[in-house]
Design a protein around this ligand. Structure first.
Ligand code: GUN
Length: 294
């Protein structure tokens, strides 16, 4: 048996096209151009790649993109002042501060300074709390992407057994809440969980979000399960080059699972597409318009 490959590239492209259509509609009908501001502190090469991709895709969707690059040694107060300016700027509907921040900056304080209505990362305590309380909220983009990919295979997740491996604020915790909202039965596993393979084998839906290359093996997976791989690690190859791998041993999983996301070309593609969705949603909410149909 060979699993179905869930094509994040195709699904993300479809989502971006729907966002672009809705952006064109709100521009035409309401004179609203959604705007996203991305703040990059320092020059981490991976973060620079992400930020460039956000900029290009935001403009391609017809939205305004504002980039703010600050040196790694910027003071906390200067960064907070920039966030204050973006909070007050009517052309900006979404604010994203690229993480991780360089040492010396207080990530919690920076995130808390963002206007929750513009918090398109869904990391502000107001949004995290609202999501945990089952209330409408801006939710983190990678977990939203995971749900969309899962629903491409299973339109309803009600009653399914899901395991989320990893409990980060950016992925694991919000993903658990989104799965609960979809009426899945959720196990949260982490570095202290006992007998992870046995826990995993009970799951119809496996979400691997720990950042450990190929940790989830084929014999951890229940036959026919859907496997969503959030991990992305660069590892050296025998030929002296490098390649990207996920948290799941892909070739092994393909022999057991029903459906698997590849790395790259799976979850990664969805994160920026969902950021565009959140920016459009935030813009409509700030303008008092009904939620967009995406
Ligand atoms: N760094 C890696 N992923 C993310 C993300 O989703 N949001 C932010 N702000 N930083 C990240």
């Amino acid at each position: 048996m060979t699993a179905q490959i869930i094509d994040g590239k195709v699904i993300a492209a479809e989502l971006r096209a729907r966002v672009a259509d809705e952006v064109a509609r709100v521009k035409r009908d309401h004179g609203l151009t959604p705007g996203l501001a991305v703040v990059l502190v320092g020059s981490d090469p991976a973060s620079e790649v992400y930020v460039r991709s956000k900029h290009t895709q935001t403009q391609a969707a017809g939205m305004a993109s504002f980039e703010h690059k600050l040196p790694a040694d910027v003071g906390q107060d200067e960064l907070l002042a920039l966030i204050g300016k973006l909070n007050a700027d009517p052309a900006v509907h979404g604010i994203l501060v690229q993480l991780p921040l360089p040492k010396g900056l207080d990530t919690e304080r920076v995130i808390a300074a963002i206007d929750p209505a513009k918090d398109v990362d869904g990391l502000h305590p107001n949004n995290a709390g609202r999501l945990a309380g089952g209330l409408p909220a801006l939710s983190p983009c990678t977990p939203l992407g995971c749900i969309i990919l899962t629903k491409s295979v299973h339109p309803s997740l009600a009653g399914m057994n899901a395991i989320v491996i990893g409990r980060s604020n950016l992925v694991g915790r919000p993903l658990v809440q989104l799965l609960l909202n979809e009426n899945a039965t959720v196990t949260i596993a982490h570095s202290r969980s006992r007998d992870l393979p046995a826990l995993c084998r009970q799951a119809d839906l496996v979400y691997a979000a720990v950042g450990k290359a190929e940790m989830v093996r084929g014999d951890w997976i229940k036959p026919g399960a859907t496997v969503i791989d959030v991990g992305i690690t660069r590892i050296p190859t025998a030929e002296g080059k490098t390649r990207l791998v996920g948290d799941v041993a892909f070739d092994e999983a393909m022999k057991v699972a029903g459906a698997v996301t590849p790395v790259p070309g799976g979850v990664g593609q969805m994160t920026v597409a969902c950021l565009l969705v959140n920016t459009l949603r935030a813009a409509c909410a700030i303008k008092g318009l009904s939620a967009p149909a995406v």
